[in-house]
Design a binder for this molecule. Structure first.
Ligand code: MN
Length: 273
């Protein structure tokens, strides 16, 4: 549990999790039991000494997501940017999200802010994409957008790291560590309106991306309605909502600072794999 500049061990709150045997469930068991766990966090952390956030390594706040879903080109100005640059589109047709649909990133690509990004293809351009990410809290099958926010467990900052090139998105965006989630999970009660959040990304102190989630073409509710019309969403599934304009290359040695209003700020170091 994060409290200001410190973190406290809340492991005892997990004692209520059922134990599972093969076949293991296809959802994240912590998120599936989040409400019950939250009720136990105060007691669980009472004896835990505060540890400075700078002294811990932040892993992904979701350990076992069943799916990492991502929205392509979900900001109008990023669509225009992608269509206007051969380095970005590589001859692929860049379609608006209603036409392009959604794509999946490998769950093995998930990493936390403290683990950094290990670039695999130093001979190719790899870009940062800062995105509001949200985590599904309960089973959602064909949910209407008007009810959709009830299905959100919480929000994180997402980085959808992307190798530019002609291959399918699901390959170019799925190397190990190319889906950064962090710095922590902010539960949905703290963000009643995810459609009005400033987001910003800088590299080595230089601002590259700056926007607001009010510019999303499909907002959180519409994304849940759209995604759940194709496949059932389960607790722990993560949705990356898409990136605004300003994407650009990263290189080993870079430090990415990503910030989303009401969530926080995370620093992520880039190195060579
Ligand atoms: Mn993206």
């Amino acid at each position: 549990m994060v409290d200001g500049d410190t973190v406290r061990d809340a492991t005892k709150a997990l004692d209520i999790l059922p134990s599972y045997r093969h076949p293991l469930p296809g959802f994240d068991v912590l998120v599936a039991n989040l409400e019950a766990i939250r009720g136990r966090i105060d007691a669980a952390t009472r004896e835990s000494p505060p540890i400075a956030l700078t002294d811990v390594t932040l892993l992904s706040p979701i350990a076992n997501p069943g799916k990492l879903i991502a929205a392509p080109v979900n900001y109008q100005r990023h669509l225009e940017e992608a269509r206007g640059s051969a380095e970005l589109h590589h001859g692929n047709q860049v379609a608006a999200i209603r036409r392009a649909g959604l794509f999946l990133k490998a769950t093995s690509s998930l990493t936390g802010a403290g683990q950094g990004i290990a670039l695999r293809t130093l001979d190719r351009r790899s870009d940062h994409e800062v995105e509001l990410a949200f985590v599904i809290g309960q089973r959602a099958d064909r949910v209407a957008r008007s009810d959709a926010l009830d299905y959100v467990a919480g929000y994180c900052i997402g980085l959808d790291i992307t190798i530019r090139g002609p291959e399918e998105r699901s390959l170019r965006k799925s190397p190990d560590g190319y889906s950064v989630l962090g710095p922590w999970l902010v539960t949905a009660d703290e963000i009643p309106n995810p459609g009005a959040l400033d987001l910003r990304l800088s590299v080595n102190g230089q601002v590259r991306q700056q926007s607001n989630t009010s510019d999303l073409i499909l907002g959180v509710g519409e994304l849940i309605e759209y995604a759940s019309s194709f496949y059932t969403l389960y607790p722990g599934d993560v949705v990356f909502t898409g990136t605004p304009e300003g994407v650009g290359p990263i290189q080993p040695g870079d430090t990415i600072t990503a910030c989303i209003e009401k969530i926080g700020t995370m620093q992520v170091n880039v190195r060579a794999a």
